[in-house]
Design a protein around this ligand. Structure first.
Ligand code: KE4
Length: 433
């Protein structure tokens, strides 16, 4: 049923207003403040399966899934009961525990590039550490990242994606000294020539290339045929490392991540989100000879109080066990494809230029003819229309990422009825856009 009355969000507004004086922007992560789509964010009370309820008891079909971890559905009963049992033994040890071995073996078995892994507490931490490892292993300082790719909020990655083919990094944020980003080079995504030019300009200085093998942070952008293979060749030719940041794509694009899907094996990989099953976890891993540089096996220092804690390990183990079950990724591909093709059909029906797609349980939509192959293309799409679409869908009980420069996340809990509900809402909203 498509609702016609505006949402009652009194309690959300009260709580969010009070939060303004307590936390910067009233949030603990900027995207949650809805700045790029406008309007008041809703305050969650609880989540279950494919749904979220706000503090005014409005229900939403949730396509964010806490930004990826909830691929099995929110508050999965098997994950919750495993956590309840683990809680009896305490929340954190700060000492080795067998659960770390279990999750490490699962990750090593699943991800082609990973022979050894280190757990940390967020994707940002994983990317910070992998950058230090790239430099420690090669003895070189420069890195190449791509415009529109996000690797967490560590200084070296907060680089203004400059115009032109290749840009020496300019900090994106105050508080980041130019010296910190001077070694961060950027190139447009899907542009191998730009990468070759950088290696030509800086012979022997570039430690490696880091990228989202499928981009979720410029909106949803897939690699052109040959792009990932080309990066593999160029890095090998230049004695540099290839690093896939699979914090978002790991165990989502396939059980082995984007690297398994595209059959391109990087030297190092970062993970997060899904491997923590909703609790704080990140990880970095790769070839043993590289990973053995990490303390205390080697000289490269990295540490963390809560790294490998039993609760996060438990939630991650149970989540991967569920994902290992047969038919999982076929189900995710089928239902996500049904959603995105439905949304594109509704856009066409209601006269809006739109493009988009999915890879397994990750999807995206832009209001433009497309195709969208880079961050520059994404920025040309109709951002204002996206904001109105987002607000309209929220009013209809559908919770989409509050920024055009994010991706959508499907779960095993979403049903055909949820897709029909979403498409009915989209038809109403798009016909009024
Ligand atoms: P965290 O530090 O947020 O766990 O991970 C950083 C990170 C690293 N690499 C990739 C490819 C990522 O997508 C992320 C984090 N993703 C965002 C969503 N675009 C997290 C949501 C947020 O910032 O609140």
């Amino acid at each position: 049923m498509v609702s016609t009355t505006p949402l009652k969000t009194t309690k959300s507004q009260e709580i969010f207003n009070a939060a303004q004086s307590l936390m910067p922007g009233g949030v603990n992560s900027p995207v949650r403040a809805f700045k790029s789509v406008g309007g008041q964010p809703i305050v969650f009370d609880r989540v279950k399966g494919a749904y979220a309820w706000d503090v005014d008891n409005n229900r939403y079909v949730d396509y964010i899934g806490t930004w990826g971890p909830a691929i099995c559905g929110h508050a999965h009963p098997e994950v919750l009961s495993a956590l309840a049992a683990a809680l009896e033994k305490g929340t954190s040890f700060g000492a080795p525990c067998a659960l770390e071995n279990v999750l490490a073996e699962m990750v090593i078995d699943a991800v082609p590039s990973i022979e050894m892994v280190r757990f940390v507490n967020s994707g940002t931490e994983a990317c910070m550490a992998v950058l230090r490892l790239m430099r420690a292993y090669t003895g070189r300082n420069k890195i190449i990242k791509f415009e529109g790719c996000y690797h967490g909020h560590a200084d070296m990655f907060l680089v203004k994606a400059g115009s032109g083919v290749a840009t020496l990094g300019l900090p994106d944020s105050p508080g980041v000294p130019k010296s910190t980003t001077a070694d961060t080079l950027t190139a447009p995504y899907n542009n191998l020539e730009a990468v070759k030019a950088l290696f030509k300009q800086h012979p022997g200085e570039i430690s490696g290339v880091i990228l989202e093998p499928v981009v979720g942070n410029s909106g949803f952008i897939i690699p052109d045929g040959g792009f990932l293979e080309g990066l593999r060749e160029i890095t090998q030719e230049n004695g540099a490392l290839l690093v896939f940041d699979e914090v978002m794509t790991g165990f989502r694009i396939s059980y082995g991540g984007a690297q398994a899907k595209f059959n391109v094996t990087p030297d190092l990989t970062t993970l997060g989100k899904i491997i923590g099953g909703g609790l704080p976890v990140g990880a970095y891993g790769g070839r043993k000879e590289i990973m053995e540089m990490v303390a205390p096996a080697g000289p490269m220092y990295q540490a963390g109080t809560l790294s490998g804690n039993p609760l996060a390990m438990t939630a991650g183990i149970k989540t991967l066990e569920i994902l290992q079950r047969s038919g999982t990724y076929e189900q995710l591909e089928a239902i996500t494809h049904k959603l995105i093709t439905g949304l594109l059909a509704v856009a066409k029906e209601t006269g809006h230029a739109a493009c988009g797609g999915n890879l397994s349980a990750m999807f995206g939509l832009f209001f433009t003819e497309g195709p969208v192959n880079s961050y520059d293309d994404a920025k040309q799409s109709d951002l204002e229309k996206f904001s109105r679409f987002h607000r309209g869908m929220l009013e209809q009980g559908v919770y989409l990422a509050p920024s055009q420069f994010e991706a959508g996340f499907m779960s095993l809990a979403h049903t055909e009825e949820d897709i029909e509900f979403t498409l009915t809402a989209a038809r109403k909203v798009m016909s009024e856009l």
